[in-house]
Design a protein around this ligand. Structure first.
Ligand code: FES
Ligand SMILES: [Fe+2]
Length: 323
């Protein structure tokens, strides 16, 4: 779905926005978000609370109680509603205050900002905006039922996520940093409002990559007739730190419900490969002081990526109502 233009056209109100990009961001591992539990995360320079509604759907909301600003992530779920620990005001999964124990009339401003949220690829996602502008990130050429996959938390990186994400179109570093001589550079990349995609195919090799929003790089790689699928994603903790996650997947055979030993081994090998790539990237990413420096002709896809990032809509810094 392509629904937005550059900030200055379709999102005139974004012109003054200095907040984070209007993108889907990963906020947690789906399997760690247990029903009945409440967790808090530092997210987008502020704080969010995560839980599941009675139907099991993830809910991601501003963690700041509109009464006196207590952190709702130390609250409790009561009848599917989040209850502030301090004076027990309660909020529903749409963010409305639904109960004040003193019996006072509920003030109209007693609301918590509720991010659009969804679950996919073992990850809980939240969109930084009132409504999603595009579809959830996905892995190219694969649907969840086709793969045996696993999602993991990688940890905190000391770099803005959109800087780390430039890896997805930095074809030179595949040879220099990662020593992958087989890696090819596509002639062209397809840049849309909310995604960048490319495909390079040779008889020995396929590389189909897609950057989605400003959080996620999904890749379908085929080497030696073996398909592997991966997704690298991260959410801003603040302007300089990112909480990063990854997913690895291999195809399942049609009869394979629980993965067989061969599939487990393929998945393990892919995880080792991906973790090696990340271990090579991270010393660079965690210490670089990014600037758009002296670019050369070989950097043309990177240059296009930085333009895409510059034009990407941003939400107001105060989207969640904090001062
Ligand atoms: S601060 Fe949350 S109910 Fe008072
Ligand atoms: Fe890399």
């Amino acid at each position: 779905m392509t629904t937005h233009k550059t900030p200055s056209s379709a999102h005139g109100s974004d012109r003054d926005a200095v907040g984070f990009h209007r993108s889907w961001f990963p906020v947690g591992l789906a399997q760690e978000l247990e029903k009945g539990a409440v967790t808090g995360i530092d997210f987008l320079g502020t704080r969010a609370v995560l839980y599941r509604d009675p139907a099991g759907n993830p809910v991601v909301q501003s963690a700041w109680c509109p009464h006196l600003g207590a952190d709702l992530s130390i609250g409790t779920l009561v009848d599917g509603q989040i209850r502030c620990a301090y004076h027990h005001w309660r909020f529903d999964s749409a963010g409305s205050c639904v109960h004040i124990p003193t019996g006072d009339k509920i003030p109209p401003g007693a609301r918590i900002f509720t991010y659009p949220a969804a679950e996919a690829w073992g990850i809980v996602w939240a969109f930084n905006g009132e409504a999603p502008l595009f579809d959830l990130p996905a892995i190219p050429d694969a649907a969840e039922p086709d793969l045996i996959f696993e999602a993991r938390l990688r940890g905190v990186r000391h770099v803005a996520n959109w800087v780390a994400l430039s890896n997805g179109v930095d074809f030179q570093h595949l040879r220099t940093l990662h020593n992958l001589p087989v890696a090819a550079t596509p002639d062209t990349i397809d840049v849309r409002d909310d995604a960048i995609e490319y495909r390079v195919e040779t008889p020995a090799f396929l590389q189909h990559g897609r950057i989605s929003g400003t959080s996620t790089f999904g890749l379908h790689l085929r080497r030696a007739e073996e398909d592997s699928f991966m997704l690298f994603t991260g959410a801003p903790i603040d302007e300089t730190r990112t909480r990063s996650f990854y997913v690895v997947g291999v195809r399942r055979s049609p009869q394979e419900v629980d993965p067989g030993a061969a599939t487990v081994a393929r998945l393990q090998a892919l995880r080792d490969f991906v973790e090696k790539l990340m271990a090579e990237d991270e010393p660079v990413l965690n210490t670089m002081r990014f600037r758009k420096g002296t670019l050369v002709a070989a950097d043309r896809h990177l240059a296009r990526y930085f333009k895409y990032i510059d034009e990407f809509p941003r939400a107001p810094a105060t989207l969640d109502g904090r001062p």
